[in-house]
Structures are given as C-alpha cells and as structure tokens.
Design a protein around this ligand. Structure first.
Ligand code: M6R
Length: 364
C-alpha cells in the first residue's frame, strides 16, 4: 500500500497536491469564481463569534484559521485546545458558532468540548476527515476534508486539507459579512486553483531538504520561529519534529524570542525561521538576526525575494513559491513536514509508529 514510498508519512506528504485538490473541489466553483460550503443550511451573516477547539495538529490548523477569520471576515475568534477549553467554563453567547477540527473525529477531549458547546446552544460545525466518525454525527454542520485515510501517526495531509477547508470557510464568512467583494472572491478562487501546483513546487525541494537533515539530526533542541499566521506553522513544525525524531523542539512567535527563549541559543541550536516576504518580513528578519548574533544556526524558509534579502549568513535556505496569504500556510506546511521526516529517517526512528503515541487519542 505504500507503493514506492518508504513510509506512510512520506506517501501522505506526497499525496497532498491531489488530496488538497480533491478537498477544494467541494468548496470551490471555479467557473463561477465562487466559494461555496457544501450543503449548508446556515446563514453565516448571523454569526458574530467563532470559537475554535481542537487538539495537536488540528489545533494549529485552527490557529491559522483564527488569523484568517479575523483578518478577512472581521469576526472575533476564541481558540483553545480541547483539554483546556472544557475545564475553564468558557462564556459562549447566543449567535456563536463553535468550530471543531479533527482528522479522526474520535478525539475524546474534542468530543467532550463539543458536548459542552452544544449545551451552551452554539451552532456546531466540524471539519472532519472521517465522515463516519462520532464527531461527524454530533455536529450540526460537517465541513469534510477529503484527505483519505491517514495512517502515519504524524498528521500531514489531514492538516493541509484542514487548512484548505478553513480558508474556504473564512472566505465564505467574509463574503456573508460583506467584508470580501465578488472580485476578491474570484481572485481567491483563482489562487486556490493554483494550490496543487504550488504544493508540487514545494515538494520539489524534497532532496534539498533531505540533504539538510544532518544539520538538524544531531541537535538536542531546535527552535521554530514564525510571526502572524506563520506562528502556528512554527508550532506545527516543532510538533512534527518532536513526534517522530524525539528531538526537543519548540515553536515560538518570533517576537517572543527576546522575552526568554533566546537564552537557549548557542551554536548547537538550529533555528528554523518561517518568513515569507510581506508586511511581517522585516520584523521576523530582525528577530532572526538577534538569533544569528548569538551563534544560532538558521534555516530560513522564505520565497525568492525573502531569501535574496535575508538568506546570507543562514546555515541553509529553502525557497518556497510566493502565495496569497490564504494559501501560504498550506504551502509552508510542506517543508516543515519534509524536514521532520528526513531528520527522523536520519535518526532511524520508527517514523509511522513513533513511541508512546496513538493515531487517535480516545481517552481524556
Ligand atoms: O484526530 P484529531 O485531528 O482530533 O487528532 C488530534 C491530535 O491528536 C493529532 O493532531 C496529533 O497531535 C498528531 N499526532 C499530530 O501529528
């Protein structure tokens, strides 16, 4: 079933252009230039607050969505990991939509949080990969991802499919709220159609990234830095690395470095910086320079423009294609997945079945 691939995780990383395209097919009407959520009987114009709850990688997809929903639809978003959410007695007012994100649809903490939100009379929407799951049954609205079965314990293709659905959701909400014009919607649809091709371009860096594995594999600690919507990507990169390579890794908001973690930096700490060119680029680069000045060894993930501006002095660079903000995190997921994968392979760990982890966490 793995075909020519050595691991399921590798196969699933490479499936992303196809499964993301498959997923987008149910959300995008390319010829009309429209984004439409499948079979939904809900007037999104009435939604005045969104609460996002999930665990692990699905939570990081939710964090990206928070940036998107607030930026594009101007609707406030509350977000929490499921295991915290349900114990903090969160306030949920009428008119709120609670959005749960789960690959399996069986994660116990997320299910318990869903039950709580139901009691609070929220409209329950769920982004789910397994259509027959408990969560899909419990939700009022299911926004499916079509990633197909994900076998590797480290989630990869489910994540990018979740992001694709969440981008469509954010755009749809923005339209319903009158915050996105028809032209902007059509423009976004055109960009979404390019996602599979853009993902292929990102995957073309596989060998490049494999050749960087030896720079990271000996490390005891690795930091990932990102700003704005790349901050959750930094956390996702760190989670992938720690899950399968057992190297201690942390994702940080790049501006937080100087508030503590920079004390960890020396010439043995690789620092992975996610910094697409754009309004946040200069700030992230100055954080990166603070790290470099302390001997930190940087791998910069950016586009051609960003690398031309800031690549000098980095231990390595990974060049991503330029992409619309609603697409960029989907693309940047690929290099962090590949890096974690190749480091784990270099370390000889059990990539698909890492120690101590289960694919689906059905206990609270
Ligand atoms: O099935 P779910 O999306 O609800 O699972 C949530 C987490 O358990 C999951 O994303 C976990 O963090 C993965 N092992 C990450 O690679």
């Amino acid at each position: 079933e793995k075909g020519n691939y050595r691991h399921y995780m590798q196969k699933e990383i490479f499936e992303q252009p196809i499964v993301v395209a498959q997923t987008l097919q149910s959300y995008v009407r390319p010829f009309e230039g429209k984004i439409a959520l499948p079979d939904i009987d809900l007037d999104l114009a009435g939604v005045n607050r969104v609460t996002i709850v999930a665990c692990g990688t699905s939570f990081y997809a939710g964090m990206v969505a928070k940036y998107w929903i607030e930026q594009f639809a101007r609707v406030p978003v509350d977000i929490d990991v499921a295991s915290e959410f349900r114990y903090r007695d969160p306030v949920m007012e009428d008119g709120g939509l609670a959005l749960f994100i789960s690959q399996s649809g069986e994660t116990a903490d997320t299910l318990a949080a869903l039950a709580y939100a139901k009691e609070q009379k929220q409209v329950i929407a769920a982004v789910i990969n397994v259509p027959t799951s408990t969560m899909a049954r419990e939700a009022d609205i299911v926004l499916p991802t079509h990633a197909g079965p994900e076998i590797g314990v480290a989630s990869t293709k489910a994540f990018t499919c979740q992001l694709a659905v969440l981008a469509a959701f954010a755009a749809n909400l923005a339209r319903a709220k009158g915050k996105m014009s028809e032209e902007e919607e059509a423009d976004l649809v055109a960009h979404l159609r390019e996602v599979p091709e853009t993902l292929n371009q990102a995957l073309d860096h596989d060998e490049d990234i494999a050749s960087m594995a030896h720079l990271v594999a000996p490390a005891r600690d690795v930091l990932y830095l990102g700003r704005g919507q790349d901050y959750p990507l930094a956390m996702e990169g760190a989670l992938k690395l720690k899950e399968i390579s057992y190297i201690h890794a942390e994702g940080y908001a790049s501006g937080e470095m100087k508030h503590g973690p920079i004390a960890l930096i020396d010439d043995k700490v690789p620092v992975i910086v996610l910094a697409p060119s754009g309004p946040l680029f200069e700030k992230t680069v100055s954080n990166m320079q603070e790290v470099a000045a302390r001997g930190g060894k940087i791998i910069l993930i950016s586009d051609a423009k960003g690398i031309a501006e800031a690549g000098e002095g980095c231990m390595a660079t990974i060049e991503m294609p330029e992409a619309h903000p609603l697409i960029q995190p989907i693309v940047y997921a690929v290099p962090v997945q590949l890096l974690a994968y190749h480091v784990a392979v270099a370390k000889g760990t059990d990539v698909d079945q890492p120690r101590n982890l289960a694919k689906s966490v059905t206990v609270e």
